[in-house]
Design a binder for this molecule. Structure first.
Ligand SMILES: *Cc1c(COP(=O)(O)O)cnc(C)c1O
Length: 427
């Protein structure tokens, strides 16, 4: 979204025109931004044998997933429906990796039948997998190097938040036992660092850590670094320079391959890095009020449509697209959910008037994909801007969508009344 004269536009289409055509609240994705992020990523790791597996839980709209396929990425999935979504838009099974967490083994069996790469993150399922498939189906193992990092407090801090994920490095001998006993073929290891990669130094420490773990496996074809590369949310954010990451990684990889005696492919699973910036949630201000302490701007959206500010305390830049030159004032921008529902607290913004369209930025990742129908409101429509055209990629929910899976049963009034009477007597 960029400002041109006194209006904002995406690929030459005026924001107000888009909002008029499709209504608000509205998610809008700029395909060019996604292409740009992917090209940055590829350029940063140029010269390395690597694959990008888009982590589609960040934004699962099928047109986005298909865009990724068209751009030549692979796919990282965390559930069987995500696998099926990938296949449905043309991904080959071998381009997809299935990385679930704490699932019933039947899901892994289903994924094997669908032909995708399997990534296992607990001993229970790894043992079942080894018993059932022996040496007939290779798998990737998700490790948690937490324990190994004990000697370095910064690293401990770094891994600490994800201790639920992966097989502890302490259990590596148990993993190897399965290899010996059942012929299990471990051809990949995976270490996802969550959304904490903020500077190259920490990233490189993490990379060294991953390579240390990798050296303990003999037959790796690939090492999967997961996702978790942060993007800029506001101008003074500490932001990772992906080109520095690439440079540091190449140095570490060369050292590793020399020690390991064989080349491996590197996989990355960026989610937010690819789609966060591309998405904007447009919402119209319906109510302005002052409660004696604060100036409120009440919008037609809420945390049911973008939960990140309330759930993660995430900062999202908000632009008043209707009045960019208005006089600056402090506002608390809220949603319409019937409980505390802030998008921004005490934010300095150009004057906000009823009817103004606000753009909540960085809404591409974990925006729509975490939306719900809480308060029985419709989830917004989604639009993609591609080749200078605004295309609807998901319709707004309808009332029928809200109630379609519900079953209204009949009640016997007499017996309920009797129960009511009985329970009242016990009071
Ligand atoms: C969520 C997730 C990702 C993507 O994380 P981002 O922070 O969006 O880059 C990648 N890999 C796995 C296994 C994940 O669960």
């Amino acid at each position: 979204m960029k400002r041109v004269d006194n209006h904002f536009e995406i690929q030459g289409i005026k924001v107000d025109k888009i909002c008029q055509e499709f209504g608000t609240p509205l998610y809008v994705y700029d395909a060019d931004t996604i292409v740009g992020q992917l090209s940055k990523f590829r350029k940063a790791f140029e010269g390395v044998d690597f694959k990008v597996k888009y982590a589609c839980k960040a934004l699962t709209n099928l047109s986005i997933v298909k865009l990724m396929k068209t751009l030549g990425t692979g796919l990282d999935t965390v559930s069987i429906p995500e696998v099926k979504m990938g296949l449905s838009v043309g991904f080959e099974p071998e381009e997809i990796i299935f990385t679930p967490n704490a699932v019933d083994f039947s899901e892994i069996e289903e994924a094997v039948e669908l032909g995708v790469h399997i990534n296992i993150e607990n001993m229970s399922n790894l043992e079942r997998f080894a018993k059932k498939y022996g040496n007939t189906k290779p798998c990737c193992v998700r490790m948690n190097p937490f324990i190994m990092a004990e000697s370095n407090s910064e690293k401990v801090e770094w891994w600490h938040k994800q201790s639920k994920f992966g097989i502890s490095i302490k259990q590596i001998d148990d993993v190897k036992e399965l290899v010996k006993e059942y012929g299990l073929v471990i051809n990949g290891i995976h270490i996802h660092s969550s959304s904490v990669i903020m500077n190259p130094e920490i990233f490189i420490k993490g990379v060294q850590n991953v390579f240390e773990v990798a050296e303990r496996f003999e037959n790796l074809d690939y090492i999967d670094f997961g996702g978790g590369i942060k993007v800029l949310h506001k101008e003074d954010d500490e932001i990772i320079n992906i080109f520095d990451l690439g440079k540091g990684l190449k140095e570490e990889l060369a050292k590793f391959e020399e020690r390991y005696g064989k080349k491996v492919q590197l996989w990355f699973e960026p989610g937010r890095f690819l789609v966060s910036d591309s998405g904007t949630l447009f919402t119209e201000v319906k109510i302005r009020k002052n409660n004696g302490h604060r100036e409120f701007a009440g919008t037609d959206s809420g945390f049911n449509q973008l939960i990140r500010p309330m759930m993660y305390d995430a900062y999202h830049e908000i632009v008043n697209t209707s009045n960019p030159d208005g006089e600056e004032q402090m506002y608390t921008i809220v949603g319409n959910i019937c409980e505390i529902d802030n998008f921004a607290v005490d934010r300095n913004m150009p004057e906000i008037r009823e009817g103004d369209i606000l753009a909540i930025k960085n809404a591409g990742a974990y925006g729509y994909s975490m939306a719900s129908n809480y308060n029985s409101r419709m989830r917004p429509a989604e639009v993609m801007i591609v080749n200078g055209e605004a295309k609807l990629v998901r319709k707004r929910d309808t009332y029928e969508d809200l109630v379609k899976n519900q079953i209204v049963i009949d009640f016997d009034k007499e017996s309920l009344d009797q129960k009511h009477q009985e329970l009242t007597e016990t009071l």
